[in-house]
Design a protein around this ligand. Structure first.
Ligand code: TRP
Length: 329
């Protein structure tokens, strides 16, 4: 095998069944990176605790997410796929990193302020430390490359600062400054055509849905709001269904829709049916693989435990170096 370019780490909170937004925004890229990098993908259950109201679904959500990742093409023989809490060294590193992290900078982060705004009644200590735990995730595994959406850019910049402070303070080079690898992804809107696709808004399309459910969901999608009657010409440039066609439909069909929509040659119903058909076709191999994996739920847990074993080896090695650098007696 050709030498890999570096080591990728990325994490995502356990949100259960994945949707089109997750797929286009993260999973597709995770799959592609396996060819060129050593890849480590983590389900960050501890991060999830900063905002969840109840933990009763944590296990199921972790399972469903791992299932979707593997069905989508993450190859556990190559990638390390694991659950954050299965490698508790991350919490130790988090504590050590917290000592070189200025509190004021954490509370100034836009992502923190947003969380406070969303849920002012649950501003817990863990929430403040969210980016420190994220830094610990990355540096524990000595990852140099972190593929994340642009919304995470402040966190990666922050991680770099923490690494510099730590290495400076303890006169060491054990921690590696990670680079962000901004994922070039389309902004995926929900079926409302307004907000980013997300489970909490219930405007999402699940990858694991049946073809019928998928079509039903797609038929509810909001198109160009100016186009009221079938005979009104539409504007594909403001239509969320059209932006999906550009991703999932063959080029000649995209071109045809572009032309015909503008002169009311094709209606929204037809256009959506075509998208549903193309998306369902695209997801066929995913669904087949998923059904196969689902026959043996233990296999998913075996994969996650094996991933944790491999991750723990790297983690313990790093921690030995870190403890020595800090001069813990
Ligand atoms: N903060 C990320 C998110 O909310 C999840 C995450 C946790 C992560 N640890 C990470 C992402 C490490 C990249 C690297 O989406």
């Amino acid at each position: 095998m050709a030498k890999k370019k570096g080591r990728v780490f990325s994490g995502a909170r356990p949100t259960g069944r994945q949707h089109l937004g997750n797929y286009l925004g993260a999973i597709k890229n995770y799959v592609a990176l396996q060819d060129d990098y050593e890849t480590i993908y983590c389900i960050v259950d501890i991060h999830a605790l900063t905002t969840v109201e109840t933990t009763q679904d944590l296990r199921q959500n972790t399972y469903e997410m791992a299932l979707d990742w593997l069905a989508a093409g993450i190859r556990p023989e190559e990638s390390i796929v694991f659950v954050q809490s299965h490698v508790p060294q991350v919490t130790e590193l988090h504590t050590l990193l917290s000592m070189v992290t200025p509190l004021g900078k954490l509370t100034d982060l836009p992502t923190f302020k947003e969380k406070v705004r969303q849920n002012p009644k649950n501003v817990n200590y863990g929430l403040v430390g969210y980016p420190v735990l994220m830094t610990a995730d990355i540096v524990l595994y000595k990852a140099d490359t972190v593929p994340v959406g642009i919304d995470q850019a402040p966190h990666i910049e922050f991680a770099r600062e923490i690494v510099r402070s730590f290495n400076y303070r303890y006169k060491t080079k054990v921690l590696i400054e990670p680079q962000m690898k901004a994922t070039k992804v389309p902004k995926v809107l929900g079926i409302d055509g307004q907000k980013k696709m997300g489970k909490s808004l219930d405007n999402h399309i699940e990858l694991a849905a049946t073809p019928e459910e998928t079509q039903k969901r797609i038929m509810q999608m909001v198109t160009d709001p100016q186009r009221i009657k079938r005979t009104d010409p539409g504007d594909p440039d403001v239509c969320n269904v059209f932006s999906m066609h550009k991703i999932f439909s063959p080029a000649d069909e995209v071109e045809m829709i572009d032309t015909e929509c503008r002169r009311a040659g094709i209606g929204c119903v037809d256009c959506k049916k075509r998208f549903a058909a193309n998306l369902n076709k695209h997801l066929e191999p995913f669904r087949a693989k998923r059904a196969e994996l689902e026959e043996n739920p233990d296999h998913i847990w075996d994969v996650l435990h094996d991933g944790a074993d491999r991750a723990r080896k790297i983690a313990e090695q790093t921690m030995e170096e870190v403890r020595a650098a800090v001069q813990l007696p």
